[in-house]
Design a protein around this ligand. Structure first.
Ligand SMILES: [Zn+2]
Length: 447
């Protein structure tokens, strides 16, 4: 074989192809690292609109504002996709320890929970660390009690099971209410809310998260053989489904406008804090990535579509509505990218092919584009799970990307009053925008 053929064979074709985007990638990274537009938008969303639970006025304001911002960013075909969403309302709520000490507990009702009677539920507490411990105690020890799950944080997926299923498992043994240690690795006494699910077979009992400190306190008292009495009061309830909408805008592809790389985050949040990391940062980073691509005059072969999904937190109806709309409008998705893990320093992208399995060439392309993000150490491509709003697309076989960060503090703030704009580190957010922009543009333009 002639030496030059050997040399050519040694260079992967994808690397050669990705290299043609090096100039554009460097410009996008430079622009993102100097950009204030994204931070200004996120700051406005956080401070002027605030948190955005499905069914709330503030979510509807955020949706109208988002459509305006997409237009201001120069996106085309800006529109909303209407969808009905669940409307859970927290109402007033409180929990207090009555015995052996009198003290208020730092609590947040869990999303979907039912209310207590107006006078509250007052009962002794049975504290456990695991579902196994609860099962071993059995009905005789649990009947008529408030169950407290004091499960230390292992990882989100594992520990969140107590928040999701704890109430029904406790109700199954006759408990009258359930308290759950907040799902967080670190705590400054702030409770963390989030969705829970009732099993159809068991009675619906009210359920709330308490701060890590309070959970440990109560558990220590019961271990010492102390009788702990707690009064829980909650007004939580559902109102009729509310009007809401996804928001979308595009950079229309110059060659294949029906082929789409969809990027975005969810515009709804829990009803505490500002939804800054979760997921204002993800939605706004996607918008800013598209804004910078446009600003630099880059028009890819395929369409880049920015979508702000609604109702991710307690229903996922926005993701389902988007898929229905896209299918009805003949969209052929080549990739879906969602950022929903906070705006810490990005390291790369998780790649998810779902049940349909790996599609040839996609991983190689992503890895090659990842090389263009080496400058900011954000180009690592690994197998992983994508985010909730793109799951309906994933089920249809669309390769789904999740922007991944170091995730050092995300769960410290997640679903709590502490998820506010001051927790956003500007340089990290800008790198997220850069990673988003480079991956999106190169995927959309790939020959
Ligand atoms: Zn989220």
């Amino acid at each position: 074989m002639r030496p030059w053929i050997v040399l050519m064979a040694a260079i992967p074709a994808f690397a050669v192809t990705a290299d043609q985007y090096r100039g554009a990638a460097n410009k996008l990274i430079d622009a993102a690292m100097a950009d204030n537009g994204g931070l200004n938008r996120l700051e406005y969303l956080c401070y002027r609109i605030g948190n955005r639970l499905s069914g709330s006025q503030s979510l509807e304001r955020a949706i109208a504002w988002s459509a305006d911002e997409m237009k201001n960013a120069g996106l085309a075909n800006v529109r909303t996709i209407p969808v009905k969403v669940p409307h859970w309302v927290r109402g007033r709520e409180s929990a207090e320890m009555l015995e052996p000490l009198a003290k208020p507990l730092f609590m947040l009702g869990l999303g979907n929970s039912v209310a207590t009677p107006p006078e509250g539920i007052t009962a002794d507490v049975v504290a456990v660390s695991t579902f196994d411990e609860l099962a071993k105690l059995g009905r005789s020890a649990v009947q008529g009690k408030i169950v407290l799950y004091d499960a230390p944080f292992v990882n989100y997926d594992q520990t969140v099971e107590y928040r999701m299923e704890g109430a029904s498992r406790a109700a199954h043994l006759g408990a009258v209410a359930a308290l759950v240690r907040s799902v967080t690795p670190r705590s400054l006494r702030d409770p963390h809310t989030g969705m829970m699910r009732y099993a159809a077979a068991d009675r619906k009992i009210p359920t709330a998260a308490v701060s890590v400190e309070d959970a440990m306190w109560i558990h220590r008292l019961t271990r010492d053989g102390q009788r702990v009495r707690v009064r829980l009061k909650m007004e939580a309830h559902f109102e009729p489904d509310a009007d809401s909408a996804d928001v979308m805008g595009e950079i229309v592809g110059r060659e294949k406008p029906n082929e789409v790389v969809v990027i975005g985050g969810h515009i709804d949040s829990w009803d505490v804090g500002q939804g800054a990391h979760d997921d204002g940062s993800g939605a706004i980073a996607a918008l800013e990535a598209a804004a910078l691509i446009r600003k630099l005059g880059l028009q890819p072969r395929r369409t880049i579509r920015v979508v702000f999904w609604t109702n991710e937190e307690n229903g996922g109806r926005g993701g389902v509505a988007y898929r229905a709309w896209a299918n009805a409008h003949g969209t052929k998705h080549v990739a879906a990218i969602e950022m929903d893990g906070g705006a810490e320093k990005p390291i790369g992208f998780d790649l998810d092919f779902g049940k349909r399995g790996e599609q040839p060439g996609v991983r190689e392309r992503a890895v090659a584009i990842g090389q263009l993000l080496k400058r900011i150490n954000a180009g690592k491509i690994q197998s992983g799970e994508s985010e909730a709003d793109v799951e309906p697309l994933l089920a249809d076989g669309v390769p789904a990307f999740g922007l991944r960060t170091v995730m050092a503090h995300y769960f410290d703030y997640h679903h709590s009053e502490a998820d506010t704009f001051d927790k956003i580190v500007p340089a990290d957010f800008r790198q997220c925008v850069a990673a988003y922009a480079v991956m999106t543009y190169a995927l959309a333009d790939w020959p």
